[in-house]
Design a protein around this ligand. Structure first.
Ligand SMILES: [Zn+2]
Ligand SMILES: [Zn+2]
Length: 342
């Protein structure tokens, strides 16, 4: 099969590998599509090494059709469409036992610890796929994993009806958060994003106010409409400066959620006195513990506008170009899908 193999920092190539075979407990998917994620870019540049096992086929936002079921797999049949839960946890440690496999210390990840979805076929544990209706298409299918992450964050946020919210960033993650909060009865939704194209999408999808943090004062614009601050602020930018700017904008009793992945070792200044005075919470959410079924149902329901979020579809031969586009052409592309059929 054709597959895009990550060799080492800065080096990735389209290669021919043997077709995978379903081992006991596994299925083989014919990949319909695989989403390009910031994580892939970090791995490509060598910024993320933990758990990365080259030479390895990257890509963890996978949807495909089951073409082979391995020994011992009874609940799946060939021909079914499924999305992949890429975090393969041990199932035995304390965190796995309490239903938090995202915190499992020995978890491996499909798409960098083991071969992923920038390929014609991928073998995955049958316990780590969920069904998704073909009508969601490749665009809905590749968002299952990302939306599952957002659903985990949404649950942890404990959003209360009638409150106000703000999202920092309007990439795929920020736009999915937009849709979750738009469908919740929030009274006012603000989104900040430096790229005009993405601000435009955020406004189209439901933000009441969009702010350009590069040319406007976020604090002034927020205070002009919500003088007391915002009840819930979610960082979906992974930008420490955005986090630092926004924490003082949380309203009394409000919550700030760290959801975007800031670079390791980054620091922000906070005033503990203010945190105390406002009795605010700072919480975080990491990866999707078992929310993929709900994410797939939501994408099938048509309530999440994935057509606008997945802006771009490219072939396997263009993965390196797609990573470049992801980084440098943020004004034209949001979520990019790679499809072996392209
Ligand atoms: Zn991802
Ligand atoms: Zn575990």
């Amino acid at each position: 099969m054709r597959a895009v193999v990550f060799q080492r920092e800065g080096q990735m190539e389209l290669a021919v590998l043997p077709d995978p075979v379903a081992a006991t407990g596994e299925v083989v998917l014919r990949v319909h599509a695989c989403g390009v994620c910031g994580t892939d870019v970090h791995i490509f540049h060598g910024h993320l090494k933990e758990g990365v096992n080259p030479p390895v086929v990257l890509g963890h936002e996978i949807v495909g059709e089951i073409v082979e079921v391995g020994p011992g797999v009874t609940q799946w049949q060939t021909g079914q469409t499924a999305a992949v839960d890429p975090v393969v946890s041990c199932g035995r440690c304390e965190f796995c036992q309490i239903g938090q496999p995202n915190l499992c210390p020995t978890a491996t990840v499909v798409g960098y610890s083991r071969h992923g979805g920038y390929a014609e076929y991928v073998a995955v544990p049958a316990s780590h796929i969920v069904p998704i209706a073909p009508k969601a298409g490749l665009k809905g299918g590749i968002l299952v994993e990302t939306l599952a992450c957002v659903l985990n964050g949404y649950e942890r946020l404990g959003f209360e009806a009638g409150r106000t919210a703000m999202i920092l960033g309007a990439g795929a993650v920020g736009l999915l958060w937009n849709q979750m909060l738009k469908h919740s009865p929030s009274t006012y939704l603000i989104q900040s994003e430096p790229v005009a194209f993405r601000r435009h999408l955020a406004a189209q999808l439901g933000a009441d106010l969009v702010i350009d943090p590069a040319s406007e004062s976020v604090a002034e614009r927020v205070r002009a409409v919500l003088p007391e601050g915002v009840d819930y602020i979610v960082d979906a930018s992974g930008d420490p400066r955005a986090v630092e700017q926004a924490i003082p904008l949380v309203r009394k009793r409000g919550t700030f959620m760290i959801f975007g992945v800031c670079p390791k070792g980054s620091e922000v200044r906070i005033d503990p006195h203010e945190i105390y005075q406002r009795e605010m919470k700072i919480i975080a959410s990491k990866m999707p513990p078992r929310k993929l079924n709900q994410a797939a149902r939501l994408l099938e329901s048509g309530k999440i506008d994935y057509e606008r979020i997945v802006t771009t579809v490219r072939g396997l031969g263009e993965v390196a170009a797609a990573l470049r586009m992801f980084e440098q052409e943020r004004d034209r592309h949001v979520k990019i899908a790679i499809t072996p059929q392209g």
